[in-house]
Design a protein around this ligand. Structure first.
Ligand code: T4K
Length: 383
């Protein structure tokens, strides 16, 4: 019989470099007395990330949400943007704050990403862009999406909050679409505590973003547009430089954990493991399972609750669907009958604890709890 853990096991834990390295880095910030507004740490991290992500251009922000919000602004979008309901609220809230109307498109049941085959039917004369999310770090069908965008003269922006380091056939994920947003929140593989970035190919976008994230200030005496304050500060950037040093080690540890989950879950009926990119192309951001109640014998919600009794805090990413937010209730695209795959995913998907310091013994014990839930159900149905 599985036993409850002594300490809670969370869905993730931040990647923390050695505190001595972080302290030395922060001392440099202190000594410089430049705490924010594009100092040495900001510029250094920017260079390093441009390399790591193999991006043409990068702009860093206070967090991923502000990056996306201002990226949409810089693209000067209007009217409607086709997007997915199966995402974190920030994706669609960035549209709301730009007075853009989301048009929800159903998702692919295998990848949980926007279903590229269903996009074209949603295009109207008001559509200005497609906003795809590389959900759990797995890429959208970028080629199909680009072909649709080219045909209809639409912009493409990707929410790559989970896709740090993801690649598609060896190509960095940042090279697709007009822009890609990355989140550097504490819960992400790479973090700056809070933080985010946009990557893009057009240098003119960089000039717009420089203004938008810094009050529209062209210089100390000229304000050329209505911007915001969305700068990444020097402590965030300094922490990021140290975290980047240890990202590869974290990826290796997560690889081992992923293998342990796969070994211990793959033979349980009714559990589908979301297989993503090959090892070297993966962002290693989440380990996700889908629970088919009819086969497994218990619902995802029951598994989620039962795990909590053992102090295991898996998460229902992403619940609820964004299309179910009260303020979208009048949108035709938000009607449940238009989103059958998203409706199913939101009831079945569970993100499991996944971070480098999670002991393999704990992974095995978590899988054992799930196995026991399944077996218990099987014995009941045999009575
Ligand atoms: N687009 C997508 C697709 C996203 O997933 C996100 C963010 C965004 C856009 C927006 O990017 P940012 O503006 O955040 O850069 C977390 C994160 O806060 C959020 O960044 C992330 N997605 C989302 C999927 O997960 P919560 O509400 O689940 O966080 P919380 O506080 O419950 O943390 C989860 C677990 O992590 C905790 O149970 C314990 C652990 N944890 C968390 C924090 C903050 C720690 O151990 N230490 C910590 O400092 O949203």
């Amino acid at each position: 019989m599985a036993k409850a853990f002594e300490q809670p096991i969370y869905v993730t834990r931040p990647l923390l470099p050695d505190i001595t390295d972080v302290t030395e880095r922060i001392k440099k910030v202190w000594d410089s007395k430049q705490l924010t507004n594009f100092g040495a740490q900001h510029d250094e991290l920017s260079r390093q990330l441009e390399n790591y992500l193999e991006a043409e251009h990068i702009s860093m922000f206070s967090n991923g949400t502000m990056a996306l919000l201002l990226g949409l602004k810089a693209l000067k979008l209007t009217g409607e943007v086709i997007t997915t309901p199966f995402t974190f609220p920030a994706t669609v809230q960035a549209l709301d704050w730009n007075n853009l109307t989301p048009v929800f498109c159903d998702i692919d049941p295998e990848t949980f990403n926007i279903d590229a085959d269903k996009i074209e039917a949603l295009i109207t004369e008001k559509t200005s862009a497609i906003l795809g999310v590389h959900v759990f770090g797995n890429p959208c069908d970028v080629e199909k999406i680009q072909a649709i965008a080219d045909k209809h003269n639409l912009k493409v922006i990707y929410d790559g909050a989970h896709a740090f380091g993801s690649k598609i056939n060896g190509e960095p994920i940042s090279s697709f679409g007009d822009m890609t947003m990355f989140s550097f929140h504490a819960t992400k593989l790479f973090n700056t505590i809070e933080g985010g970035a946009l990557t893009y190919n057009d240098p003119e976008l960089g000039r717009q973003l420089d203004l938008l994230r810094n009050f529209g200030l062209a210089n100390a005496e000229e304000v050329v547009l209505s911007g915001l304050n969305a700068k990444m500060n020097e402590v965030q950037a300094g922490v990021g430089i140290e975290v980047l040093q240890v990202v590869e080690g974290e990826r290796r540890k997560r690889h081992t954990i992923k293998k342990a989950y796969e070994e211990n879950l793959s033979d349980i009926d009714g559990i589908r493991i979301l297989t993503g990119l090959e090892d070297e192309s993966s962002s290693y951001q989440y380990f996700v399972i889908e629970i088919d109640e009819a086969v497994f014998g218990q619902s995802r919600d029951t598994v989620h609750q039962e795990l909590q009794k053992y102090k295991v805090f898996a998460r229902k990413y992403f619940y609820p669907l964004c299309s179910d937010f009260e303020w979208y209730s009048e949108l035709p695209s938000a009607r449940p009958e238009n989103l059958p795959n998203a409706k199913r995913a939101v009831q079945q998907v569970l993100a499991m604890p996944y971070y480098g310091d999670l002991p393999i013994e704990s992974v095995k014990a978590i899988c054992e709890i799930i196995r026991e839930l399944h077996v218990a159900q099987e014995s009941v149905s045999q009575l």
